[in-house]
Write a protein that binds this ligand. Structure first.
Ligand code: HEC
Ligand code: HEC
Ligand code: HEC
Length: 116
């Protein structure tokens, strides 16, 4: 497990770890992989692999579902964001195993997590 993955594995410091991880990621990419740097903020990058996968319902049944089954959005206001504005725990491609099952934190943008 590398340092970033370890940092991100700790839920309690995730808020802090994500900006740190982004800064570290930029540094690491800048030093070791100037040619293959993938732009994680570009939705096209994500859609290369996720265009044809079906989106399931949220784990929390009280939460309104953000995506439509085909990967679109139920709420128009969500369309303008980049995938990583919500999936901020996706910091590497391929993703490390421990991102599977991570949840989007609605309160990054909403005062309270919306309920149905
Ligand atoms: C090279 C292919 C590839 C790219 C590019 C890619 N992903 Fe993934 N992603 C995967 C695979 C494989 C999985 C695991 C299988 C699955 O659950 O669909 C996955 C899983 C996920 C999951 C589900 C996690 C879970 O809880 O099951 C999310 C969310 C996700 N990716 C978001 C993104 C975002 C956002 C981007 C763009 C920044 C992105 N992915 C780019 C291949 C990719
Ligand atoms: C407004 C926040 C938001 C944005 C923007 C967003 N997502 Fe999601 N995504 C979610 C939430 C919340 C879930 C959990 C299921 C649900 O509520 O739809 C999810 C689930 C997923 C999953 C897992 C689906 C499954 O059933 O395993 C993938 C893959 C994914 N999103 C990819 C993307 C990609 C690619 C983009 C950019 C085009 C994107 N998301 C943009 C909030 C968002
Ligand atoms: C990256 C920013 C962002 C994230 C993260 C985000 N939203 Fe939103 N969402 C918005 C914006 C902007 C609006 C439109 C303004 C408003 O209503 O607050 C909105 C509106 C909504 C609406 C329609 C209006 C309302 O409040 O009923 C729902 C439902 C919603 N979001 C659900 C969710 C859920 C559920 C999550 C977490 C899984 C989530 N959003 C995460 C940005 C975001």
């Amino acid at each position: 497990m590398n340092l970033l993955a370890k940092l991100l594995a700790h839920q309690s410091i995730r808020r802090f770890a994500v900006p740190v991880a982004i800064v570290l990621g930029v540094l690491v990419l800048g030093v070791s992989a100037p040619v293959v740097a993938q732009d994680l903020s570009d939705n096209e990058t994500c859609m290369e692999c996720h265009a044809d996968t079906e989106r399931g319902p949220p784990k929390n049944p009280d939460r309104p579902q953000v995506h439509t089954a085909d990967g679109g959005f139920n709420v128009e206001d969500h369309e303008m964001w980049s995938c990583n504005d919500c999936h901020d725990y996706i910091t590497e491609i391929p993703h490390p195993d421990d991102v599977l099952g991570s949840e989007v934190d609605c309160t990054n943008c909403h005062d309270e997590a919306p309920t149905k």
